[in-house]
Write a protein that binds this ligand. Structure first.
Ligand code: ADP
Ligand code: MG
Length: 335
């Protein structure tokens, strides 16, 4: 009989990385969300080779104390929740305390950070957890280099630089749509690809979705007490042949959810042919206690406590908006 033994921390984190760190874009998502949670007003992303060679995210958020730098890289260590009660009404993007530990287990990771009250910054090296003084204004720089350098089996699943960059671009756009109040910049191989100043929501949507979309979309505004829906939904004339322009956010979190997609689809049923897809950027806000975000490590799936009510609300809100616009059915060949 083989003996049962505890796995070493590094291996535990590498196993967890299988769920959390699918590709460079998943690293970018986690690190960007941490910057958002830190209250950053400005975030700068630099990518090299689709993020495989390097991802560097600089924020001007609250920073991390020297005493807590090592904890930031520990599995199940978080500043965001402390109890089950907190978990059930979590308002931050993160709460599982596992992303940085997983990332540091499969890439060369350093965190440089200066907390508000600190006189200077400190840098921790994820490979040996050594800490040394560093220079930085307030905030944090997370640098993740050579993804999967120590896990060649996973490296094989990486796609071309262009594909990995495209996934990073998607992640960046989602955060940028959700947080028009934050200044965001993205650069790839030294070339700036997005420069987004803080702006009103409509302007941010136009910058990312195109002026055409905004011109051919209706503004959605619905409030039913505990449920609120805002955003933009395209008129049938702007329909697409793919679902590439559909963004649904629940309490600021980009999600892919069958229930939400279905409610939207139903609202368009009378005016859009089945092979065409609407374009939309929609933000649903509700009491965090009414939605479970702890379904999957990447938190892209959610579960609603009152699923039926949510479906009805979205369906009617969109239906009403589209009806007010006098949208007529557009056949597939007419667009
Ligand atoms: P989680 O976000 O779920 O808490 P992470 O592993 O992503 O877990 O991060 C661990 C902790 O490190 C966070 O709870 C936070 O306290 C700290 N942290 C990570 N990134 C930043 C950042 N950019 N600015 C300030 N603190 C950060
Ligand atoms: Mg996090």
């Amino acid at each position: 009989m083989p003996h049962i033994h505890r796995l070493p921390d590094l291996l535990v984190n590498q196993i967890a990385a299988g769920e959390v760190v699918e590709r460079p874009a998943s690293v970018l998502k986690e690190v960007l969300e941490n910057a958002v949670d830190a209250g950053a007003r400005a975030i700068e992303v630099q990518l090299e080779q689709g993020g495989v060679r390097r991802i560097r995210v600089t924020d001007d958020g609250c920073g991390i104390d020297r005493e807590e730098l090592a904890l930031a890289l520990e599995r199940h260590a978080t500043s965001k929740i402390a109890s089950l009660d907190d978990l059930e009404r979590v308002g931050t993007m993160g709460f599982r305390g596992e992303a940085l530990a997983a990332i540091a287990a499969v890439a060369r990771t350093t965190i440089t950070s200066r907390a508000e009250a600190a006189t200077h910054a400190w840098r921790i090296d994820g490979s040996d957890r050594s800490i040394a003084p560093a220079a930085l204004n307030q905030g944090t720089v997370v640098e993740v280099a050579d993804l999967y350098f120590n896990t060649p089996a996973r490296r094989k699943f990486l796609k071309t630089e262009a594909t990995e960059y495209a996934h990073c671009d998607d992640v960046f756009r989602r955060v940028a749509l959700a947080r028009p109040d934050i200044s965001l910049q993205l650069a790839h191989n030294g070339r700036v690809t997005h420069r987004l100043p803080p702006s009103p929501a409509a302007q941010r949507v136009a910058a990312l979705m195109g002026d055409d979309f905004v011109a051919q979309a209706r503004q959605v505004e619905a409030d039913a007490g505990p449920l609120r829906l805002a955003g933009f939904a395209s008129l049938p004339a702007y329909s697409r042949s793919s679902r590439d322009a559909q963004f649904f956010f629940v309490n600021g979190r980009f999600v892919r959810d069958k229930l939400l997609t279905h409610a939207v689809r139903e609202a368009y049923a009378d005016i859009l042919h089945g092979s065409r897809h609407p374009a939309y950027v929609l933000f649903l806000e509700l009491d965090p206690a009414g939605v479970d975000v702890n379904v999957h490590p990447a938190k892209i799936e959610v579960r609603f406590r009152e699923a039926r009510a949510v479906h009805q609300f979205i369906y009617h809100a969109l239906k009403r908006t589209l009806a007010e616009s006098g949208a007529n059915r557009i056949e597939p060949d007419a667009s």
